[in-house]
Structures are given as C-alpha cells and as structure tokens.
Design a protein around this ligand. Structure first.
Ligand code: NAI
Ligand code: MG
Length: 497
C-alpha cells in the first residue's frame, strides 16, 4: 500500500462526500429572440441567420445574424466614417473617458455577462465570474490609462492611429478576447469591426448594450456575427487597414497568405502545445494544482494550455499517482453550477476533434486514464483525461487537442527538458516548476515560448504582453507591446507588417 493510499484511509471526510447542486440563476440574463448586426451604433436586421445554442443542453438561445459581404461592407463604411469624423482626432484623454466607462459598466454588469458567457460557451460559472469578467474589465481599465500617454510610451516617434481594424476572435474566451482586441485599438484612436466566433456571439452582442450605455460615438465599434465566411469577407475588405486574428493556425496561415503584399497590417495569435515542465525539487502539491489548472481550466480550450506535461523521471511515479487522485475530485457538469470545475465542450465539432485525437493516442500505444464520472446525457462532454507512455512522435504529443486531455512525457536532465519542450512547431507558452531560481532563469532563456510561467500557470495580467513564436503567430497583445500593432510611427519603414 502506498503512502497516499494509507493516508486516504485516514481521511476525515469520506471519499463519497458529494456536493448538492448550487446553480447560478439565469434570471439576470434577458435574451432577445433574435439579434441583428451592430453597425454605426444601431441594430441592423440580418438578411441571413442561424441559431446559437447552449453546448451544455443543446437548447437554442437566440437567432443571430450570419453576416454577408454586404453587412461587412456597411460595418467597414461605418467604422471609416467614425474614424474620419472625430474619433481619430479626439484627444487621448477624451477617448480614455469612454474606455473607463466601458470598464466600469462591465464591472457593474459582470454577473449578467458571466452567466451569459457560461450559457453560450459552456465554461464553468466559477471561471467566467472569477477570470473572464474581471480580466475583461481590467483590460479596458489598463488601456484607458494609456490613451492619453501614447507620446510618452513612444517618445519622438509620433504615434498615430492606423485606421479601421478588422478583428476576428475565437470561442474559448469570447468576451475576454473582445476586450484584448477592442481596448488597445480604441485607446490608440482606431475604429473597429469585430467578428465573434460563430458558436459564442452572445456576450459580444450584449457588449453592444454597454457601448450604448457608455455613449460611445456611433461606428467606433461595429459587431458583425457569422462564421468563417464573414471573417473571410472582413479579411478581404479593401477598407480595412489592419487585421487582428486569434484562432487556429490553419486559418491564420490562410489569412497571412491572403494579405501578403496588400499593405494591410496583421497580427496572429494562433495555437499552442505548451510544455509544463516539472523538476524533482518542486513543491509537488503545488505543481499538481498547476498541472490541473494548466490543462483542465476552461475544458482545455486554451491556446496556452499546458497540454504536454514533462516530468523529471525521478518523481514520475508519485506525481502521476497524485495527479490521478486529484483528477477524481474534479466535478464535471452543469456550467452554471458554482461547484463545477469542468464544463461543457464548446461545440459538437470540437468534441469530435477531441475524440478523434484521443482515439489516435490509444491506437499509437499511449495509456489512457479517466476518472470515473457520470457525464450528462444531452450536450457535449468529455471527461478529464491523462495519457501516459506518450512518445514525442505521437499525434497527442504534437497536435493541439484543445480539450481536457494531458499527455505525460518524461526527461532526465534540464537539457533534455529543453530539447523536448522546444520540439514542436508552436511556441506560445511554457511552465517551469522548481524551487531553484537560477534554473528558472536558465530554462526561461532557452524555451522558445512567448510566455514562461514559473511555479504557476495560466496567469494573466493586462500589463503583461502575450503572444507567440513560430506557428503560434506574431505580434503581442497586452502591455505596452500591445499598443504597437495599432499605431503608425514616423519611423515605420513600410505599412506592411
Ligand atoms: P477557427 O480558426 O476556424 O476559428 C476562429 C475564428 O476565425 C472564428 O471567429 C471563425 O469564424 C473565424 N474564421 C474561420 N475561418 C475563417 C476564414 N477563412 N477567414 C477569416 N476568419 C475565419 O477555429 P475553429 O475551427 O473554431 O477551431 C479549430 C481548432 O483551432 C481548435 O480545435 C483549436 O485547436 C484551434 N483554436 C485555437 C484558438 C486559440 O486561441 N489559439 C482558438 C480557437 C481554436
Ligand atoms: Mg474552423
């Protein structure tokens, strides 16, 4: 009997202790039956529509617009007009006032937004309430602070807005990705046409109500909903000066090809396959929490998820044992239940992708572990999963799964850890767990990753730049760095980015 089993036998609380349901009320959210596009400060009827659902129950929540090229054209025209007739020449201190208002309104209405985010996207209310909403508001507060200080941020370079920014965002952090894109663009004096992801349009549409409350001038922010065709129309549009995209590497590459030679500026925030590296001198219990947070947070629908766990061989067995035990305490189910740790998979398509990759892991010879858990009958669900015995060549060690699936590999020396961690086409993030400060710095210098977390994981702050190397994209969001993609400078060599 292992030490852990012996201690479990003495636990004060018995293992089958269960939680009573603790659902957050949906009452606070008032959904319209249908939504159009938000263009020039007003709702414009959509000529084509589709139904947006809750992935936890498959119930229809509302009918929303499938934006056409004509809708995109109207939105770009509205953004251009707003740019030329006031917004771009408004003093930074005035732009800041609008951003501060938006930030405060998001705080005031955060419960409403959090409930809607969980309803439409499937993420646990605990996360939308404690992570997505506070961070989205913090982003607006942060960039509001820069709006009147651009000359100090970039001395002697005469920073100027670029024009109309086309922004395409994914479904994993719908409102937060909107905030990452809209806040710096507006702070710099640009106007925006934003397209939310097709599965999660509702918080972006509710955000339009916040824009009206904040009395943002019409046309400064326009929102056109729809799928990849709407996104492609935005990318193609000649009136757009810059595209900011977050999503799959596949679509990111297609956008880059499309924009080559057009002079349009581009930033891409794409996929990842991050290594979370655990050394034998780490604080093991804390590392376990970091591993769990790294891959099961938001059902693993996180571009910087710690999806490859690299464990130093000497602690492999106790670590895996503790990890499996911790997994069995994760509560999977109703996203609106305040005790839920792992919610619904965002869409049927994403569930199929996860299932396909997990099947490949089994076939290639990895060993699978899933804690016993009863998944709801309706909706899209996937149990937290750990693969051990994983070789670097397996698809589950190479490809982004974007689900609650962890692949465990081992290493002996720091050099070997670096080699394995960097053996991926991606380079978005990494984690290092060790008590030794000098080793953290040594590792951080060698890891080809935009963000390196030490003794923590998935920590975000608006002041800290975020972005990738290699196939994870280019350009930075957040911090001072996050202003640059939205500015032209006297010393800008070319308009092409
Ligand atoms: P996707 O890249 O197709 O979608 C992201 C956004 O791009 C959505 O708003 C979508 O409507 C839009 N889009 C799709 N095709 C487009 C096109 N041709 N031109 C312009 N915009 C377009 O990602 P998808 O299909 O939702 O997910 C597939 C995989 O991508 C996931 O399994 C995951 O591995 C990865 N992904 C990574 C994300 C990240 O944060 N890095 C976010 C979402 C997905
Ligand atoms: Mg796609």
């Amino acid at each position: 009997m292992s030490e852990l089993d012996r201690r479990a036998g003495q636990a004060a609380v018995s293992g089958d202790w269960t939680y009573a349901p603790a659902p957050e009320s949906r009452e606070i959210v008032r959904l319209a039956e249908r939504y159009g596009h938000f263009i020039g400060g007003a709702w414009v009827e959509a000529s084509e529509t589709y139904e947006t659902i809750s992935p936890a129950s498959e119930e229809t929540l509302a009918v929303v617009g499938q934006g056409t090229a004509a809708d995109v054209d109207r939105a770009v025209a509205a953004a251009r007009e707003a740019f030329e007739n006031g917004w771009s020449t408004l003093p930074g201190s005035e732009r800041a006032k609008y951003l501060f208002r938006i930030a405060r309104l998001l705080q005031e209405r955060s419960r409403e937004f959090a409930v809607l985010e969980s309803l439409n996207g499937g993420k646990p209310i605990k996360e939308s309430r404690d992570v997505d909403l506070p961070l989205a508001a913090a982003h607006f507060f942060y960039y509001a602070g820069w709006a009147d200080k651009l000359e100090y941020a970039f001395p002697n370079r005469r920073p100027r807005p670029i024009g109309v920014a086309g922004q395409i965002i994914p479904w994993n952090f719908p409102l937060l990705m909107l905030a990452w894109k809209v806040a710096p663009a507006l702070a710099c004096g640009n106007t925006v046409v934003l397209k939310p992801a097709e599965t999660t349009p509702l918080t972006a549409l509710l955000f339009c109500d916040v824009l009206r409350q904040a009395e943002l001038p019409p046309g400064v922010v326009n929102i056109v909903t729809g799928d990849g065709r709407t996104g492609a129309a935005l990318v193609e549009h000649e009136g757009v000066d810059k595209i900011a995209f977050t999503g799959s590497t596949e679509v990111g590459k297609a956008i880059q090809r499309r924009l080559a030679g057009t002079g349009k500026r581009l930033t891409l925030e794409l996929g990842g396959k991050a290594a979370n590296i655990v050394f034998d001198d780490c604080a093991l219990d804390q590392a376990i929490e970091g591993i769990v947070n790294g891959i099961y947070f938001n059902q693993g629908h996180v571009c910087c998820a710690g999806s490859r766990l690299l464990v130093q061989e000497s602690i492999y067995e106790p670590l895996v044992e503790k990890l499996k035990r911790r997994l069995s305490t994760l509560r999977v189910g109703d996203p609106l239940d305040k005790n839920t740790d792992v919610g619904a998979i965002n869409s049927r398509l994403q569930l199929q992708k996860i299932e396909e990759l997990v099947a490949s892991g089994r076939e290639e010879g990895a060993e699978i572990y899933q804690p016993p858990c009863r998944l709801p009958e309706r909706g899209y669900w996937f149990a937290p999963t750990v693969f051990t015995n994983v070789a670097q060549s397996y698809r589950i060690a190479q490809e982004e799964i974007f689900g609650p699936v962890l692949s465990v590999l081992t290493f002996r020396t720091p050099d070997e850890a670096i080699e394995k961690a960097n053996n991926t086409p991606y380079g978005l993030s990494a984690g290092v767990w060790t008590e030794k400060g000098s080793r953290i710095l040594w590792m951080a210098q060698r890891l080809r990753a935009g963000v390196v977390w030490a003794n923590t994981y998935n920590r975000f702050d608006p002041a800290s730049p975020f972005g990738g190397y290699k196939e994870s994209g280019f350009g930075r969001e957040g911090g001072l760095h996050g202003l640059e993609p939205y500015l032209d400078f006297d010393d800008s060599e070319t308009r092409g980015g």
